[in-house]
Design a protein around this ligand. Structure first.
Ligand SMILES: [Zn+2]
Ligand SMILES: [Zn+2]
Length: 269
């Protein structure tokens, strides 16, 4: 049996999303999904300061997530997730939140690089040396994150490419020399790699599961792949999951991973 899963979804508890938890669940259920994780943004900012806009609503969010989880039980498994940005900027603080018991699943992501630069807005990607320098630092910080932070899956390794339209191919190949040591460390840590589906609905034209990336991760001993749409609208929940599964199968993976109470659970695809 194929289990359709989407373990990267935002709701209005993320400032950039446009749907509530109930709408997300309904969309997932209508799409035939068996499990989802709701993973709102929790950013660590300059100096390792946790974002107050998440913290101010964290307890309301936890309570609502528990209610939604109970309401959908038996029809759709709703996992309590969070997407923590830059957890390595405050390893101790981020570990405390990740291990609080509030979450089934934690995505670790890089949206900013040191000292305080947004990958989305603070780089001129028309210049090759800027692209190279950004990705060199991206994988350096990603490796640090693997070593010092507590998270389950590494989110959207192809995030910067979203902003490189017209300047490069939709591929990580130019930065393979930096990507491989990261994939090795991630695999050896026992953490998961996420296939992020955003690329399929942006200029890249395909999900983030680039063949050589998945194959390298598997050859280094990586076992766990998670799949997420990064939906910020209810209508995007669960889309292109089958394309992600096709990429996984081609690279030799036959199970997708979700996390229950921070423990990996592998489901057939
Ligand atoms: Zn993200
Ligand atoms: Zn996200």
């Amino acid at each position: 049996m194929t289990h359709l899963t989407d373990t990267h979804i935002h709701t209005w508890y993320s400032n950039d999303a446009h749907c509530n938890m109930e709408e997300v669940c309904r969309s997932a259920w209508e799409g035939g999904l068996s499990a989802i994780a709701i993973t709102d943004h929790f950013e660590f900012q300059k100096g390792g300061v946790p974002s107050s806009d998440y913290l101010l609503r964290a307890s309301a969010r936890t309570a609502e997530l528990a209610r939604v989880k109970a309401r959908w039980a038996g029809k759709l498994e709703v996992l309590r997730g969070v997407e923590i940005g830059q957890p390595h900027w405050n390893p101790e603080g981020s570990r405390a939140y990740a291990g609080s018991g509030d979450y089934d699943m934690v995505i670790g992501s890089l949206h900013d690089l040191r000292p305080d630069r947004s990958i989305y807005t603070d780089y001129d990607y028309s210049r090759q040396e800027v692209r190279d320098e950004m990705y060199r630092q991206f994988f350096e910080e990603a490796r640090e994150m693997v070593r010092v932070a507590d998270f389950d899956t590494f989110g959207h390794y192809d995030y910067p490419i979203r902003k490189m339209e017209g300047f490069t191919e939709p591929s990580l190949t130019p930065w393979k020399a930096w990507a491989l040591p990261f994939l090795k460390e991630l695999a050896e840590s026992g953490k998961a790699l996420e296939i992020n589906n955003v690329g399929q609905r942006r200029w890249m034209g395909r999900v983030g599961g680039e063949q050589w990336v998945l194959e390298a991760f598997r050859q280094y001993g990586g076992r766990y792949i998670t799949v997420g749409t990064d939906a910020h609208y209810a209508r995007h929940v669960g889309i292109h999951v089958k394309e992600a599964y096709a990429a996984m199968r081609a690279a030799g993976f036959d199970k997708v991973t979700v996390y229950r109470e921070r423990k990996p659970v592998q489901l057939s695809i």
